[in-house]
Structure formats: C-alpha cells, structure tokens
Design a protein around this ligand. Structure first.
Ligand SMILES: O=C(CO)COP(=O)(O)O
Ligand SMILES: [Zn+2]
Length: 220
C-alpha cells in the first residue's frame, strides 16, 4: 500500500488534532473508558491511537506510527483494530482519517434484531444521507479479530462507514474533522432511529436521495 494522497498537514499538527478530537469525543460521552480508536493518514505512513488508551487523555508523542507495510514504527503499541483501519485505507484512497467508537446509540442499534444488513439505519434525514449514505452491518466478530479486516475490505470501497454488529461504528472521512462530524451525525441519527422505533416514520424517498446525490455530488 502507498500513501496515495497527500494530507497537506504536518505530522505535529495531525498529532495535536487526534488529541483534541479524542478529548472532545470523550468529554461529550461519545466514547467511554478505553474504548474506540482514531487514525490519521500521513505522507509516510499513518498515526493510530495506542491500545487500551483513553481517547480523553492521549499524549501526542505516544501515538503509534505505522508504515504502509503495517510495521509499527514508533510510539506505544497500536490499537488492536489496526488491521481494520488499514483495510479501510487500502480500499479508500481518499480517506484521510478513521474514527471507531462505541457511541451508545449507534452501539445499541448494532445489537438489534432484524436490521437491514445493507442499510442498518434508514435515510431519516438529509445530513445522515450526506455524511454517511448507506450503512452496512458487518456480522459479529470479537474485537481484534483479523477477519474483521477482510469483512470491511469487501464493503469499504463503496461505503465510507460500516456498523460492526454488537459493537459500534467505523467511519472514514477526507480529514479527521470530516470523520468526526460524520460519526456524530451517525450517532444522532441512531438516536432518532431508536426514538422513532414505535412511531410510523417516513424516511427520505428515492427522489429526495437522488436530489441530495446530485446537488452535493455524493458518491453513495
Ligand atoms: O474499541 C476498541 C476495540 O474494539 C478499543 O481497542 P484498542 O484499545 O485496542 O484500540
Ligand atoms: Zn471497539
């Protein structure tokens, strides 16, 4: 794998961004304990949060750095989900960052029976369609199971985000800010989905989705 895309930001700035967004997500309760992980593409590899680290208290100097062959170059031991991030980068040349969380409402949806495996959350709002598009459900694997990488690989080319069954979302974006915003939109839509579970609802129809795709040049 190669870097494919220049990030245009220097590594020190990106390290600070990971720390800042991690703290913000943690402080707002979007992740708890040592759950979740964040990665960012560099020109000469990628940065990933260390395993068992609290996203609210990251140290920029201790973030794990990996090269494009998967070698751990520096920093603390990388997240056990490294292969999952790597599979997403390999399939999505435009991905600049990836966020994985156990955010409560998204994780709750990931535990529900009878989900549509191609669209685990319906297109309830335009912003969900614009930031996430369709959200496939990946069958349950234990955290750190390398088979998850292969499961993601099959879907990541077409989807910027996936939902891991009984676990939580994995969301990519062109930048870390974009990936975080998309993750937050997903979490809010998961909340709406749960709130509306016993209420007849009208998701966006095909024509409304086509309009969004055309106006906002969405590749979904
Ligand atoms: O979310 C997690 C596992 O799915 C956290 O694992 P790490 O602490 O290894 O990143
Ligand atoms: Zn996880």
């Amino acid at each position: 794998m190669s870097a494919m895309m220049s990030t245009g930001r220097d590594e020190a700035t990106l390290r600070e961004e990971i720390v800042g967004f991690g703290r913000s997500l943690f402080d707002r309760g979007l992740t708890a304990g040592s759950s979740g992980n964040i990665s960012v593409r560099l020109d000469d590899g990628w940065l990933l949060t260390p395993t068992n680290a609290c996203l609210g208290r990251l140290d920029p100097a201790r973030l794990a750095k990996l090269d494009w062959s998967g070698r751990h170059v520096s920093g603390d031991a990388p997240s056990k989900e490294a292969f999952l991030h790597r599979a997403m980068y390999e399939e999505r040349a435009g991905a600049g960052a990836i966020v994985h969380l156990h955010s409560t409402h998204s994780a709750a949806v990931s535990c529900m029976c009878g989900l549509n495996h191609h669209d685990s959350i319906p297109p309830l709002t335009p912003y969900f369609v614009m930031k996430i598009g369709r959200l496939p459900l990946i069958p349950y694997h234990r955290p750190g199971d390398p088979a998850l990488g292969d499961a993601i690989r099959g879907l990541a080319r077409k989807h910027c985000a996936v939902l891991l069954a009984n676990h939580g979302p994995v969301v990519s974006g062109t930048s870390l800010e974009a990936a975080v915003y998309a993750t937050e939109e997903l979490e809010e839509t998961a909340k709406l989905f749960l709130l509306l579970r016993n209420t007849p609802t009208s998701p966006l129809n095909a024509e409304q989705i086509e309009e969004l795709k055309s106006v906002f040049k969405l590749d979904i």
